[in-house]
Design a protein. Sequence first.
Length: 99
Amino acid sequence: MADLIPVNIVIADRTYRLKLASEDEELVRKTTKIINDKIVEFKTNFAGKDMQDYVSMVLLWFATEQNKTGGAYLVQQQQAEEALKTMENQIDKALLITP
């Protein structure tokens, strides 16, 4: 198994420190860019109360794209599911911390 490298990514103005296999770094960075670009697009075109609304819209868009293309869209379905689960856990933790 390849050694994991620490990588900082920013999604929706929040920084996340991940440990990835070096061969996955480029894919994760490209996916992060797509997510952040879509957040900006949704903020421009749709009303939302807070950043969580826009992140949720992007997650729905991303999952829909995965289903439309049969899993060939940028990342494999398993990787997308893991990323979505990680983000969901982080959002849940943030919501528990926020009063």
